[in-house]
Every structure is written in structure tokens, then in C-alpha cells.
Design a protein around this ligand. Structure first.
Ligand SMILES: Cc1cc2nc3c(=O)[nH]c(=O)nc-3n(C[C@H](O)[C@H](O)[C@H](O)COP(=O)(O)OP(=O)(O)OC[C@H]3O[C@@H](n4cnc5c(N)ncnc54)[C@H](O)[C@@H]3O)c2cc1C
Length: 539
């Protein structure tokens, strides 16, 4: 099939969807293609911290200034995806006292509000904070839901006439007479290839930006750094806890819905899909968490995951000795028409989730100018679809919603599919109806089903039961999806198998191997599932 548009955006992370929204708000025709689901890359694998800029104030003031300004804007325009937790920078006895003054001065210079707090005042807000804290400085950090933010940006773009094609990979970029003309994309569900003719192509593919640029014959020099994170089974902090020292490993703990997340590390890798978390990273982060929040020692770690930070600079050369922490976290918009004589191609790399809106604004300013569009950017003032009320997300919102809905219903409580995250059957049915998807990740990203403390152990088979009941997956497909889900789940659990998590995994093994016999499914010749598979393939 052939499509025509003005701009193709490649990449459905927060940057790509932010660009698509900005383009459509300025009346520019847009198609966004994403090879997986929205937020499948670094966006869905990040820490979920809406930076105040404090982390970068001393060493990278440009990035800090961008963060503090965007922090204020996002709190206004994306409120429903933000929990306004506030943040503490905490100095421990082993941290250099002289950094405190540097930090406060640097924050002042870029406009970040800081407030010294006594231990007793801080502990009223954060009772789990270590008694060893020597200085505690409050900053306007917040927690942000990267999935919700990305999905809302995409929905806003669609509401304004944009088109969003997920599970659609850009596999070729046709350049003729030094100008991009067409993007070839492959639908990963049907394996069909489509052509999208366009005047501009935006490469917003994060860690894959080098690979996508290469499709048009140009080079984007990137260094890739893996950052690993751990999720605790319960919320051990209510504010963001940062270590008051130069940025290092395992020095931020972010509350995330009913859990807390510690991270990160920063290790140079060669592949944008190198997501392996090592035991050493796990041990190091647990030790760091215990210093700031001692109750973390008794919390169960339920998952380890990693994301890739693409930083501009050639591989190996830009990393320095600090795991890339000496490279600016600001961003670059590359106009390949000027640099490589490939007109119409723009790459955007670096930056933070916190600064995605600004990155989008800069990219769209460039394109609008070349297209002769004079409508100014409105994304700094205009709330994203769903955030019009300006109300922040609060932990407990889901519970309240379910209770209110249940009180209104004579038959009582809503049917809950995921107890950890309080996701109802109704919410799941709505996503399935709206998207037509049978992909567990798509449903998870839109509802949070399976993201809580059992990591989908108890709700995934219920979810597949719903899809099967609706006739959307055959027996064999359901089993196949379940096996692939468990394999992926195992990748996240393997590095953290210790203590109580071992007991939890034994229970899961009992369910999936003992009760469901999943290790035997579809393997024996002529069994029912294999027969259904053959039927499926013919049909
Ligand atoms: C470990 C870690 C923790 C972080 N924590 C924070 C934080 O707490 N706060 C913060 O502000 N920032 C944080 N960041 C940075 C933040 O995650 C990124 O800046 C941001 O998510 C980048 O978004 P993006 O859309 O540019 O890239 P991505 O989210 O990586 O999106 C790129 C997309 O392109 C898609 N794609 C690739 N190739 C193709 C193709 N050929 N066709 C179609 N689609 C394609 C990918 O599937 C992917 O979805 C963190 C980063 C990491 C790695």
C-alpha cells in the first residue's frame, strides 16, 4: 500500500510521539512508525524521574537548565502522568561535604529551587530515610509515567489528524537527487511492506538512530550506554531520593506506583538491544539503596531491567572514564541536509525524557521553517489530551476509581484481573476493543496489568483467558504467547533470584509447570495444540 504525508516520524518513544503531536498541532500532516509498541525503547525502560535538573546542575548546567524549565512545563501540560512527589538530595557521611555548596550554588544559577531540611522534618515526609543523612536538600523532582506520557502524546497527535502505526518498522529510506522521498516500512504483524512518500523524515529512534540514519547512507556517531535498574516489590519511598554527590551508579530511588525503582549503572555497549543485567550490577545497587533507605534490605526485588542511553560521540571515544557521565545530557538536532547533503532528513539524539517536549519543539521549528509553516509551537501551554484538568496523579487514584465504580454497581465490585496494580477486566476489554491487539505488552503498557509485585505471574494467564474467550487467540497461540511471556519475565528475574524472590519463583514454577504443564505443551506429535497450530497456519 502507498501512503502520502508531509512528515514521517520514525520511532514511537516519548521523543517521536512528542514530535508527532507538535507537528499535527501546527497543521503538518504526519505519520509515525514504531517497530514495536509505543515506548518500547529507552522510554519504557527508564527510571521515570521528572528531573528538577539538580542531578546535572554542577557538571552540565545547560542540561540542568533545560530540565528545570521543562519540569515546570510538563507539570502543567502532562499532569495526569506525573506524581508530584518532590525530591531529596541526601548527603551521607562518606560523601564530600564541599559538594553541598557547589550543588546549591549551581542550582541557584540555573533556577532550581532548593531548601535545606532537618532530618526530623524530612523523615515526616520520608520515614524510611536513613538516620545517617548529614544534609538533606529538597528540590522539585517528580515521578513520571513514561508509558502514559508517550501514549497520550500519540493519542493527541491522532486526535489532530496524525496517523500512528505501531509494530511497523522502517526498513528503507529512498534518497533521490539528494532528498529523501520515500520510507519503506514493514508491518510486523502481516509482513507486508508499504511505501510512505514524504517531504521530511525524522529519525527519532534513540539508540537505533545510527542504524536508521544508515538506511539513507548517512552516519550518526553514537556511543551507547546501558543503564540497569531494579524494581522493589513495594513502595519504600514517597519522594525521589538522590544521593548528594557527583552523579554515580545506583544513586537515585524513584517511587513508581506501588513499587520503588533504584538505578542506574552506565556501561558502554555495542548494541542498542544489549539489555543483560549482571549480578554485580544488582549487588552494587542493593548496597547503595540500603545506604539511603535501610528498609530496602527487607524488600523483595521483583525485576531487573536495562535501557540504552544514546549519547552523541563516536563509539569508545566519547565514554571517558565515567561511564559516559562526562558527556552532556543535552540533545542535538542534526539537519542532514546541511551536514550530509541529504535534504529532508533530520535526526534527534541525546536528551532526557524530561526534555522531550523541547526536543520536539526544536525539530518541528526546523521543519516548519522549511515547509513555510508559520504556526508557532503551542506545546508549552496546551495540555496533552487527558491532562486538561491539571490534576496530578496520586497513588490511590486507581483504588478510589474502582471503589467508586463498584459502589455505583448493584452487583458489587468490578472484576479485577491484576490485583497488584488494580487493573479491571473492563479496562482491559476497552484497550482490546480500541486497539484490536493481542500483544500482551501493548495491553500492559496501556493498563499496567502485570507490572506489579508478582510481575504478571497471576494475571497473565487470566489476560490470555480473556483473549481466548473473545476468540482472538487459539489454544496454541495462547500457550505460545504465555511461553514467550515467561521467557521474557525470566530474563528480568534471573539476575535477582535471591531470598524471598526464590520462594515466589518456586510458586510460579508450580503454577506454570506443575499445574499448566507448559513445558509439555505443543511439543508432542499430534497433540491438540499442534493440530490447532497447523489449522491456524493454513487459515
Ligand atoms: C536506564 C535509563 C534511565 C533513564 N532514566 C531517565 C529518567 O529517569 N528521567 C529522564 O528524564 N530520562 C531518563 N532517561 C533518558 C530517557 O529514557 C530518554 O531520553 C528517552 O526515553 C528517549 O526517548 P526516545 O523517544 O528518544 O528514544 P526511545 O524511547 O529509545 O525510542 C526510540 C524508538 O524507536 C524505535 N525504532 C528503532 N528503530 C526503528 C525502526 N527501524 N523503525 C521504527 N521504529 C524504530 C524503537 O523501537 C523505540 O521505541 C533514562 C535512560 C536510560 C537508558
Amino acid at each position: 500500500m502507498d501512503f502520502h504525508t508531509e512528515v514521517v516520524v520514525i520511532g514511537g518513544g516519548v521523543t517521536g510521539t512528542g514530535i508527532a503531536r507538535d507537528l499535527t498541532l501546527r497543521g503538518i500532516e504526519t505519520i509515525l512508525v514504531e517497530k514495536g509498541d509505543l515506548a518500547a525503547g529507552a522510554t519504557g525502560r527508564c527510571h521515570g524521574l521528572l528531573h528538577s535538573g539538580g542531578r546535572y546542575a554542577v557538571k552540565d548546567p545547560e542540561s540542568a537548565r533545560e530540565c528545570v524549565e521543562e519540569n515546570r512545563i510538563l507539570k502543567k501540560i502532562a499532569s495526569r502522568n506525573i506524581e508530584d512527589t518532590g525530591g531529596f538530595f541526601v548527603r551521607l557521611p562518606q560523601d564530600d561535604r564541599r559538594y553541598v555548596d557547589k550543588f546549591v550554588t549551581a542550582c541557584d544559577e540555573v533556577g532550581i529551587e532548593t531548601e535545606f531540611m532537618s532530618l526530623s522534618a524530612a523523615r515526616k515526609i520520608e520515614p524510611n530515610l536513613t538516620g545517617n543523612a548529614r544534609e538533606i536538600i529538597r528540590v522539585p523532582d517528580a515521578a513520571v509515567d513514561p508509558f502514559g506520557l508517550t501514549i497520550d502524546n500519540a493519542a493527541d497527535s491522532e486526535a489532530n489528524g496524525g496517523r500512528v502505526m505501531i509494530h511497523t518498522e522502517a526498513v528503507g529510506i529512498v534518497v533521490e537527487r539528494s532528498r529523501v522521498r520515500t520510507v519503506l516500512v514493514r508491518d510486523k504483524n502481516t509482513s507486508e511492506t508499504h511505501r510512505i512518500r514524504a517531504k521530511f523524515v525524522v529519525n527519532a529512534t534513540g539508540g537505533w538512530a545510527g542504524n536508521v540514519a544508515a538506511l539513507s547512507g548517512v552516519h550518526v556517531p553514537l556511543s551507547l550506554f546501558k543503564g540497569s535498574l531494579l524494581i522493589f516489590n513495594r513502595r519504600i519511598n514517597n519522594t525521589i531520593i538522590n544521593r548528594l554527590r557527583p552523579p554515580g551508579d545506583g544513586d537515585i530511588i524513584v517511587p513508581n506506583e506501588p513499587t520503588s525503582i533504584i538505578g542506574t549503572t552506565s556501561i558502554e555497549v555495542g548494541d542498542p538491544e544489549e539489555f543483560t543485567v549482571t549480578r554485580e550490577e544488582v549487588e552494587m545497587m542493593l548496597a547503595e539503596a540500603a545506604l539511603m533507605l535501610p528498609p530496602s534490605v527487607d524488600a523483595r526485588v521483583i525485576r531487573a531491567y536495562a535501557g540504552i542511553r544514546p549519547l552523541l560521540g563516536s563509539k569508545g571515544g566519547a565514554g571517558g572514564n565515567e561511564g559516559g557521565r562526562d558527556i552532556s545530557r543535552s540533545f542535538s538536532v542534526i539537519n542532514h541536509g546541511v551536514i550530509d547533503d541529504v535534504r529532508g532528513l533530520v535526526s534527534v539524539v541525546g536528551g532526557k525524557l524530561t526534555t522531550y517536549r523541547l526536543m520536539a519543539e526544536k525539530v518541528v521549528d526546523l521543519i516548519a521553517k522549511e515547509l513555510g509553516v508559520h504556526i508557532p509551537c503551542s506545546t508549552a501551554e496546551r495540555p496533552i489530551l487527558g491532562s486538561e484538568s491539571g490534576e496530578f496523579y496520586k497513588l490511590g487514584n486507581r483504588f478510589d476509581k474502582i471503589e467508586i465504580l463498584s459502589r455505583k454497581k448493584p452487583e458489587g465490585i468490578e472484576e479485577i484481573i491484576c490485583e497488584c496494580e488494580l487493573v479491571t477486566k473492563k479496562e482491559i476489554l476497552k484497550v482490546i476493543e480500541e486497539t484490536g491487539t493481542t500483544d500482551l505488552n501493548d495491553i500492559q503498557h496501556r493498563t499496567r496489568v502485570g507490572m506489579g509485585s508478582c510481575q504478571g505471574g497471576f494475571c497473565t494467564y487470566r489476560l490470555l483467558g480473556i483473549l481466548h474467550e473473545l476468540g482472538m487467540v487459539s489454544d496454541y497461540r495462547a500457550n505460545d504467547i504465555l511461553i514467550r511471556f515467561l521467557e521474557e519475565r525470566w530474563r528480568g528475574i534471573r539476575p535477582i533470584l535471591r531470598g524471598d524472590q526464590l520462594v515466589e519463583e518456586q510458586l510460579m514454577e508450580g503454577i506454570y509447570l506443575g499445574l499448566f504443564a507448559l513445558d509439555k505443551v505443543g511439543k508432542a506429535d499430534g497433540d491438540d495444540n499442534a493440530k490447532v497450530d497447523k489449522k491456524d497456519k493454513k487459515g
